[in-house]
Structures are given as C-alpha cells and as structure tokens.
Design a protein around this ligand. Sequence first.
Ligand SMILES: Cc1cc2nc3c(=O)[nH]c(=O)nc-3n(C[C@H](O)[C@H](O)[C@H](O)COP(=O)(O)OP(=O)(O)OC[C@H]3O[C@@H](n4cnc5c(N)ncnc54)[C@H](O)[C@@H]3O)c2cc1C
Length: 384
Amino acid sequence: MHFGFSEEQLAIQTAARRFAADRLAPGYAERDKASVLDRDLMREMGTLGLIAPELEESDDSDKVSYVTTGLIIEAIAASDFNMAYVSLLASLNGQILAEHAAPDLKDEWLARVCSGEALLALALTEPRGGSDAGSLELGMVRDGAHYILNGEKTSISCADQADAAVVFARTGTREQGAAGVSAILVPLSLPGITSTHFDDIGERSVGRGSIFFDNVRVPQENLLGSEGSGFTQVMRGFDYSRALIGLQCLGLASACLEETWAYARERQAFGKPLTAFQGVSHRLAELDTQVSAARLLCYQTLWLKDQGLPHTAEAAMCKWWAPRLAFDTVHACLLVHGHAGYSRELPFEQRLRDVLGLQIGDGTAEIMKTVIARQRVGRKAVPM
Ligand SMILES: Cc1cc2nc3c(=O)[nH]c(=O)nc-3n(C[C@H](O)[C@H](O)[C@H](O)COP(=O)(O)OP(=O)(O)OC[C@H]3O[C@@H](n4cnc5c(N)ncnc54)[C@H](O)[C@@H]3O)c2cc1C
C-alpha cells in the first residue's frame, strides 16, 4: 500500500492552496452577497491549470490523474466552497463531453471550460422529482438536422450563469424509462431558452434555478453519444463527481477543524484553554478522525477510477457520508467559537449554509445507500 502523493501532486496542491487562500478566501462572503461567481477568478483558475486538468489531451505518461483533480477541489473548497463548483462542474460535464461529444464540439467546449472562459451546467432534475431521474419527461424530437426541446429542468446549479448545459431529455417513450433518455449539449444562448434564479439559503454565488425550453432547436451534432444512452452516461459521470463532492465538503470541514483547534488552544475559560475540557477536545478529535477516514475513502475512490476499476459503491459512500460529516463538523466548530461563531464576522454560518446543499444535490443519502445496497446484493434484492 502507498498513501503518499507524488511530487507533482503536492506541487499542484500547494499552488491550489496558495491561490485559494490569497485570491478566493477574501471574497468568499462578498460573492455570497452578490450571488454570482467571479468570471475573472475563473479565468485565473484556468490559467493556473486548476480547472479539470485531467481533461487536457496529453500522452498517457503526462496525463493528470483523477486523484490530482481531487486535491485541487479539496484545496479550493477550503477557502471558497462555491468556487470549487467551477472545477466540479467542469470535471463532471467535461468528462461526458470528452467521452461522448463529436470531435469539433469536444475540442471547442473543453478548451473553453478548462481555460475558465465557459461554465457548463448539468440539467437532469425536473419539477416532478430528482431521485427518480430515469423517468424524466423533457421532450426531445428529431426534426431534420436538429433536435427540438420542450419542457423544464429545475434545481440546476448555475442555471442563469452557465454558457451551456448538458441536458438529459426523452427521445424514447415513457415506457422505455431510462433507456429512452438521451444527452445533448445545449448552448444556453439559443432562442427559446429562459432561466430563473432561486432564493437559496446557501451556495448563493453558484445559484440554482429552472431552465425553460420552448421549441429550442439544437443542431444534431450536439447529441452526446447515441440516442438512448444518456442515462448511463450521467450515472457513470456521477461515480466521478460523488468522490469530488466528498473532497469539496471535506476541504471545507478540514479548514474549520484547523481554525477551531487553533482557537480552542488559545481561548481560555475557567483559567484553562478550551482544549483542556474533554467535552471540547474529544469532540474535535472524533470529528478529525472521521474527516481523515472519509478523506481516505474519497481518494481511494478516485484512485480506483485512475486504475480503471469499479468504484460505484465507494463513490456513493463518499456522497452520503462526507456532506453530512462536513455539516456536523462545521456545526461543532461554530459552537466551539461560542457567540462569535454565530456572527457573520466568522465564516462558519456561511459554510454551514453552503455545505448543506450537497446533502441533496447530486443525489440524497437515501438514494446513495440504495446504490450501495444494490452493488452489494443486486438490484432485484433492493427494489425501488
Ligand atoms: C444545492 C443543490 C444543487 C443541485 N444541483 C443540481 C444540478 O446542477 N443539476 C440537476 O439536475 N439537479 C441538481 N439538484 C437537484 C438534486 O439532484 C435533486 O434535488 C435530488 O436528486 C433530489 O430530488 P428532489 O429534490 O426532487 O427530491 P425527491 O426525489 O422528491 O425526494 C424527496 C425526499 O424523498 C427521499 N426519497 C425519494 N425516493 C426515495 C427512495 N426510493 N427511498 C428513500 N428515500 C427516497 C429523498 O431522499 C428525499 O429526501 C441540486 C439540488 C441542490 C439542493
């Protein structure tokens, strides 16, 4: 077994941490108020190679690993949870494009995404529900050299900021279920598209909203893979994003723990540092233990992906555990800071609001546990 990172990985991690601390941390709260991601910072991230570097064309020997991308997202999220979405959405959508888009489409959009010029959304959820994604209804009908889209996607991260979206729509019949779902890349500037912005409690600079499609004509070349293969593509993509989301949440949790250990050592009560009270230090020690263990699980999952080995169960474990653990960690750290932790002067309240969303986004804990159970005993033994 080998638990170390390579020299190159440590160098990228250091660069990401420095950029995040110097350039992202100062504006974390401001962007929450403005409710928008910063495009200039996105471009800086792109220039530094911090957006989906694993997607860049290179020889196999030079290829950036999935583990490395995890290190970047973890480092960025420690300073700005929301700007880490830029890398997350790029890796999730970019992988779908890299594997399934026509060459011209792939070259154009991957270059723009990795340089921080363009933001891609993933549009799967519909008003009737997100957990049962395979039964989605948004219509997609072939008309000559185009597909025509009609319907609504909802709860989409970056709905009103993204330049394009990977949209999942029904090309088959309802009876076909997931086998009738296709994926297509839709530039969001096309006629017939409108979007909204929800008034969320957290992740406000990322934002969620609905995207409405009213007879939107999309060139047939934008189809990703073949008709009917859309659902399988997104599920494979989720096996990747779930481990990255785990590290995004744990990056934030680790930052809280680091700050709180330091605070508790300095802060005095009853003539002693707070760490002298086991009610404080043992709670932090427990959370530190669990965060360390969850972090290993996330990196193991990405390592399995790097080796081309199955990792569906591990990815689902990352996704249900890390967001909840991170929320509990922020909560405990806020309380150790006493009344000061409850103020907007410190970042804990924003972190609490921000990290909560990922207990729902990308699939809830209940759905993740069903995925794990099905991996262990088969779908028939775990019917929905
Ligand atoms: C912050 C955030 C970001 C998001 N970003 C995106 C995005 O970019 N793109 C996108 O397409 N979607 C996005 N979503 C939507 C998200 O994927 C869905 O909200 C999620 O899949 C759950 O769907 P739902 O909200 O419709 O809940 P429902 O499916 O209605 O479920 C409601 C509740 O019932 C439970 N439940 C449902 N079925 C079962 C079952 N079989 N067994 C046990 N419990 C069950 C669920 O766990 C949940 O607690 C985002 C959501 C959030 C909060």
